[in-house]
Design a protein around this ligand. Structure first.
Ligand code: ADP
Ligand code: MG
Length: 419
């Protein structure tokens, strides 16, 4: 149970931490990419402004001088294009020259080609004499370097996140263990207390029971009303004894997983229980039917398994009205023993199904405790099934009946196995 809590805690911690890291990494990348693009835009603008001075307006036309300085300014991943006022290309220089139609409305653009991305800046050219608008210049640069830097950043961020997650995973395991340990310890102490208290209550209960029984041996020596009171004491003591035994079984059963070397004959247990409960069924006019496969074995504790199925059959008989049917079947299906106890009794409402295995839970709280019932029967049954590596499930319909199915891992029959 605590292992599950620890894992859940660790998982939630890692989920939150991963989300924070991812948001942080995305923010860093976004800012970095934006700053790189801005830097490039500034560089291209400066270059464009420098190169624009080479253009002159002569005889009603823009004329560009391709002098040595411009050639020197351009890097191999940059390009320059001059356009006249109508957007007609006048001159191209450099490697990156966009073969796209010119649009003066866009003063900045990023274009994706098959190989790389290209960033371009478009600037107006003003005549050097009269500062009149004479054309446009488009400066472009491949974003290969920027993309390479961003890829490097992605790798650094990605690997940092993975390393951070591994480290926090390790520390998370230690931290969650430390966090859960005190709860686990107090839970164990509480369980130990339940076990000790139930154990210690046995003797005084026994004393009460035997003293009341002794007093009842001579009913004539006392008033009728006193005898009734003693009878009530015996009955209450019986009920308390059963309850403390149930609590003891529950506290012990949950302590450890059974790793028994003993194979238990489930077929024999089922037949014994059926003959044990047959008289009660007959007395209540309930048809107790069975279909039990021969030679079914499993590893475990015979006493606990008897308790598990006795609880189910007892419940079925108790919660079924006279004239009803209780059917017990036990089969071997794919290495699992499937035992089901089906009744045509009161049934259980859908909203109660998930509560039914809780300790002390009873469908009708107001109903007085029947001799033998404490609300712990199904909690015990489930603990025993789980301790044997199995499970117990329930299907039920109100006023139609219920079916409890126990699934336990079987073991191959060995003839000399002790039962
Ligand atoms: N076969 C059944 N049919 C209808 N209700 C059932 C059946 N088995 C158990 N229940 C319901 O589940 C509750 C818990 O059962 P259990 O743990 O055995 O306690 P108890 O039998 O002592 O009341 C019962 O009080 C009853 O309301
Ligand atoms: Mg019961």
């Amino acid at each position: 149970m605590f292992a599950k809590i620890r894992w859940r805690l660790l998982l939630s911690y890692l989920t939150v931490f991963t989300s924070i890291l991812l948001i942080f990494a995305a923010g860093v990348r976004l800012l970095f990419a934006r700053s790189l693009t801005e830097q490039l835009t500034n560089r291209l603008t400066t270059l464009g402004q420098g190169a624009a001075t080479n253009a002159e307006f002569e005889n009603g036309r823009i004329k560009v001088e391709t002098d040595f300085i411009v050639q020197q300014l351009i890097h191999e991943n940059q390009g320059l294009e001059w356009f006249d006022i109508n957007g007609k290309s006048i001159l191209k220089q450099g490697n990156i020259v966009l073969n796209l139609p010119f649009s003066p409305n866009q003063n900045q653009l990023i274009i994706k080609t098959r190989k790389t991305r290209i960033q371009a800046v478009i600037l107006p050219i003003m005549g050097s004499d009269d500062r009149k608008f004479i054309g446009y210049i488009r400066v472009s640069q491949s974003l290969e370097e920027v993309d390479e830097t961003l890829t490097k950043l992605d790798w650094i961020l990605g690997s940092s996140i993975i390393i951070a997650l591994i480290l926090s995973g390790f520390s998370g395991v230690i931290l969650t263990r430390q966090a859960v340990q005190p709860i686990e310890e107090s839970f164990q102490r509480l369980k130990q207390f339940t076990a000790d208290a139930s154990h210690e209550l046995r003797s005084p209960l026994m004393a009460i029971k035997s003293n009341a029984a002794v007093a009842l041996k001579y009913p004539k020596a006392m008033r009728k009303s006193d005898a009734e009171k003693f009878q009530a004491i015996v009955s209450a003591a019986n009920q308390m004894t059963r309850m403390t035994e149930d609590l003891l079984v529950l506290a012990r059963a949950e302590k450890h997983h059974i790793r028994s070397e003993f194979s238990v004959n489930l077929t024999a247990i089922m037949f014994d229980l059926l003959s044990l409960y047959q008289p009660e069924a007959s007395a209540k006019n309930i048809n107790l039917k069975s279909e039990i496969t021969e030679n079914m074995y499993l590893l475990g504790n015979a006493g606990q398994l008897t308790r598990l199925f006795a609880n189910l059959i007892e419940n079925a008989l108790h919660y079924t009205l006279s004239g009803g049917t209780v059917e017990v079947t036990a089969n071997l299906v794919c290495a699992y023993l499937i035992v089901s106890v089906r009744d045509t009794g009161a049934g259980i409402a859908p909203e109660h199904i998930k509560l039914i295995f809780e300790r002390f839970w009873r469908a009708d709280e107001s109903r007085s405790y029947w001799e033998g019932g404490s609300g712990l029967g199904l909690a015990i049954a489930q603990a025993i099934a789980q301790n044997h590596g199995g499970s117990i499930t329930l299907t039920s319909q109100v006023a139609v009946g219920s079916c409890f199915t126990v699934r336990l891992p079987s073991v191959k029959i060995s003839d000399n196995s002790p039962d």
